[in-house]
Design a protein around this ligand. Sequence first.
Ligand code: IPM
Ligand code: MN
Length: 355
Amino acid sequence: MSSPRIHRIVVIEGDGIGPELVGAAMRVLEAVQEAYGGFRLEAEYREGGAELYRRSGVNLAPGTLDAIRAADATMKGPVGLPEVRLPDGTEAGPLGGVLRIGLDTYASLRPVRSLPGVPAPVAGPIDYAIVRENTEGLYLSRGKGVGNDQAVADTLLVTRKGTERVVRFAFELARRRDGAKRVTCVDKSNVLASYAFFRRVFDEVGEAYPDVQRDHLYADAAAQALVLHPQRFDVLVMENLLGDILSDLGGATVGGIGLCPAGNIGDAHAYFEPIHGSAPDLAGQDKANPISQVLAAALMLEHLGEREAAALVRRAVAWSLEQGKLVLAKNGQPEGGTRRAAETLAAAVRTVAHE
Ligand code: IPM
Ligand code: MN
């Protein structure tokens, strides 16, 4: 037998429900490695988030960024605790600034997909991907807002380089995906010069992809269309703030953000996480739904080149829900708890691997 491919990953469990979610995803990843056999993950655990900040004054321990840079990918749980704040009033836990900018992971890939057996407020099937610009836009102003007790301003910056690369990512993704091969640019170019520039660069880059359709929507109209006509979408690309908001909206249409993963992907580094927060009120109770984190693990496998293993994880999730092995209650929580859901998914991996 040839020796398995080794992928080195950093694991950050995060805050609130993070450790339970990451535990579940790691359990499923173990099952995939056993069932599939072609590769092995070597995991190195590192701390990050609000709890660490409360204890030590930093939200990422020294050396962690280097460890992440040296690894092949990073799996991260949700972070943040509402009461742990920076002096400017923003939350201390989120690693968005330090990781997204620090690793230059300029594309946040946020697939929105219906899952079988999950009640959703919008009729499916829904299957599109939001590509959120992840390093600039309005959130570049993180920690840099200026003002006094009468007024505060944050600046929205759109650069040519930043837009070109994320738009290219979106077109390349559309090429790889089955189906419509269409990229929709979402902006408010009717109001702001920065968004008009984003749209202009989008059209310029799009010229190089004659095989991919191009269209445009204002963000407010996009919010409506994502609810009324989600089937019209394939890949959407947009500025950071718009992508943050619309990816939660998209998540809601398929049954909740507890089902939704994200990849933060750059040319050199990538990390994978749920799109939602750390739900501290649920923490430690074995109640949280691990699907977002498990699907984040699938995105990570795909990024590591383990496409079949990624597909196996997705099939295991779909199969468990379809067969009623994994049942989500009305509030989105898995019946029987997080740990049982993880065992169910791990068993499903073994089952579908042999189908
Ligand atoms: C997300 C999250 C983060 C963001 C928070 C936790 C800072 O909502 O990944 O969408 O706003 O980017
Ligand atoms: Mn968000």
